[in-house]
Design a protein around this ligand. Structure first.
Ligand SMILES: [Zn+2]
Length: 225
């Protein structure tokens, strides 16, 4: 409605902008379209991380109320990623295991509808991805994770809690505790060797860099089994 009023008031320059925004409409794949896409490119398959990397732990927070929305977003606690992402994560975990640690996943592939829901709840793109663009999680190309001690299964001390909006969560924020600094540095460095780049404002979020051509997906976990 607002846009229509602007066009009426200000005329033609806005009409071209409007047609542009329609062209840029996000391409979101449902299950059928996803299945067709993996026939053409098997690398696009979403891999169940728990099944393919048996040593990793899951703590899928959006399947519980223990997350920043305080709401249960996922019906099931599952972690999926595209095939090359899963393979890189498996190799990174082997390296962590040689050091006595293992990966624990908070979130991986995130169905697009969850991103829409986050935006409905928070309504601020400083904190959540805009549904207009989707997020790399929606493409099965980003993982939120931390490390645990292999023996005790306890999380290693890190600068903040998962999903903290504090400045201390920034991946280059100063850290005074040498143990925490060592843990964060190890996490970032090892994952970077396997093609993952840490997010600037979230020490736990890693984007896999070789993800061009992977579309935003809107398939709930229960439809992936
Ligand atoms: Zn993330």
């Amino acid at each position: 409605m607002k846009l229509i009023l602007i066009v009426i008031c200000l005329g033609f320059p806005f009409l071209s902008l409007l047609s542009q925004s329609t062209e840029n409409k996000l391409n979101v794949l449902d299950r059928k379209a996803y299945e067709l896409s993996i026939e053409k490119n098997p690398n696009k398959e979403l891999i169940n991380l728990e099944k393919n990397i048996p040593e990793i732990l899951l703590d899928i927070r959006y399947a519980t109320p223990n997350n920043f929305t305080k709401q249960v977003i996922y019906k099931e606690a599952k972690a999926y990623a595209r095939k090359p992402v899963a393979e890189a994560l498996r190799k990174a975990n082997l390296e962590f295991m040689q050091l006595g640690y293992s990966i624990k996943i908070f979130d991986a592939y995130r169905p697009y509808r969850a991103t829409v829901k986050f935006f409905e709840i928070v309504g601020d793109t400083r904190y959540v991805a805009s549904p207009k663009n989707g997020s790399r999680h929606n493409k099965g190309c980003a993982i939120d994770l931390t490390l645990v001690d292999t023996k005790t299964k306890r999380e290693l001390p890190m600068p903040t809690e998962y999903d903290s909006f504090r400045k201390e969560a920034w991946s280059e924020a100063p850290v005074s505790d040498p143990e925490i600094l060592k843990n964060r540095t190890m996490l970032i460095q090892v994952l970077s060797q396997y093609g993952f780049r840490v997010n600037k404002t979230e020490w736990w979020h890693y984007d896999f860099l070789e993800c061009s051509g992977f579309e935003v997906l809107d398939i709930p976990f229960e439809e992936l089994e």
